[in-house]
Design a protein around this ligand. Structure first.
Ligand code: FES
Length: 315
């Protein structure tokens, strides 16, 4: 379930950019312009069974006539990309939400370092287009196994020129975040890609003294915590004084819905940020990958996050 507005868009073009990645262009069948967005934003693509998948917009934010997505076929995934590759051919109609941005460029930054691993380069491609258009200082590190498996490579080469640095592990060294060295004033870093890459970036830069608020990471996979054992807890609703019990096998989001709260949601796996709500007076076990550390003191994602014993919700 989602409160985000969903549009029916037509697939105008479908181009394979690697053997596994298709670049899809969507337009509105009647309107010349789509809702505005900024680099780093994603949309929800709704599947026939009602579930959604989140994909970053990788086109030019200044071009309101189209949305462009690059989608990798994940043979061992949850099925969304396989359906997309098989069905979203030119002329097909897809249900696409208005964009949402959890991964925007930092305003006022002096320089931007973009690090994309594989299909994780998609939000960074939009960032590079924005930064290039405004003449900003940036470098894009593109990590892939080989040139043939690097999504959007030709267009990024044309766009970025010598601001693009490619790291193809089949041909040479892997990207090592240690090359970024110590933090410099006004420099922000953005990373998106496989968890081993984003974990290495965060750990290495943390050791090098980079402030967490200048290292921005986007995830599209849920947290990997198979050993987590959910416990029951109680949630007090601040506005009404009502207490709701959350059993171990049910999410807080689900319990709130059953009690009549109109909670927005989209991914329901802690990656999109749609269900965010406020809390106080409790210890929350954050299990999402979207909420920045600096906001975890009083905000949570009830689709996956839980509390120890009890919590008060700002609802
Ligand atoms: S619904 Fe996506 S983070 Fe909760």
């Amino acid at each position: 379930m989602s409160t985000r507005i969903v549009m029916k868009l037509r697939v105008a073009e479908s181009v394979a950019t690697t053997p596994e990645v298709v670049r899809l262009t969507f337009v509105h069948p009647q309107r010349p312009e789509l809702p505005a967005w900024e680099a780093g934003a994603h949309v929800d693509l709704r599947l026939p069974d009602g579930r959604t998948r989140q994909y970053s917009l990788c086109g030019d934010p200044a071009d309101r006539s189209r949305y462009v997505l690059a989608i990798k076929r994940e043979d061992a995934g949850r099925g969304g990309s396989l359906w997309t590759h098989a069905n979203l051919t030119p002329g097909a109609v897809a249900h696409v939400s208005h964009p949402r941005n959890n991964f925007g460029l930092a305003p006022g930054a002096r320089r931007h370092i973009l690090i994309g691993g594989g299909i994780g380069v998609t939000p960074l491609a939009a960032m590079a287009r924005s930064l290039a258009a405004r003449g900003a200082d940036y470098t894009l590190h593109l990590c892939a196994r080989s040139a043939g498996q690097a999504p959007l490579l030709a267009e990024l080469q044309a766009l970025c020129g010598d601001r693009l640095r490619c790291w193809f592990s089949a041909d040479g060294p892997r990207f090592d975040p240690a090359i970024l060295g110590a933090p410099e004033d006004g420099v922000h870093l953005y990373a998106c890609g496989p968890q081993r890459l984003t974990d290495a970036v965060q750990a290495t830069l943390g050791r090098a003294g980079w402030p967490a608020e200048r290292v921005h990471v986007e995830h599209f996979a849920p947290i990997d915590d198979a050993d987590f054992k959910p416990e029951p807890f109680d949630a007090l609703i601040a506005s009404t004084g009502e207490v709701v019990h959350v059993p171990a096998d049910t999410s807080l989001l689900e319990v709130l819905r059953r009690r009549g709260f109109a909670m927005p949601s989209s991914c329901e796996i802690g990656v999109c940020g749609s269900c965010e709500c406020g809390y106080r007076d409790g210890t929350v076990i954050h299990r999402d990958v979207v909420l920045p550390l600096v906001r975890r003191q009083d905000r949570m994602m009830p689709c996956v996050s839980r509390a120890r014993v009890n919590v008060t919700l700002e609802l």
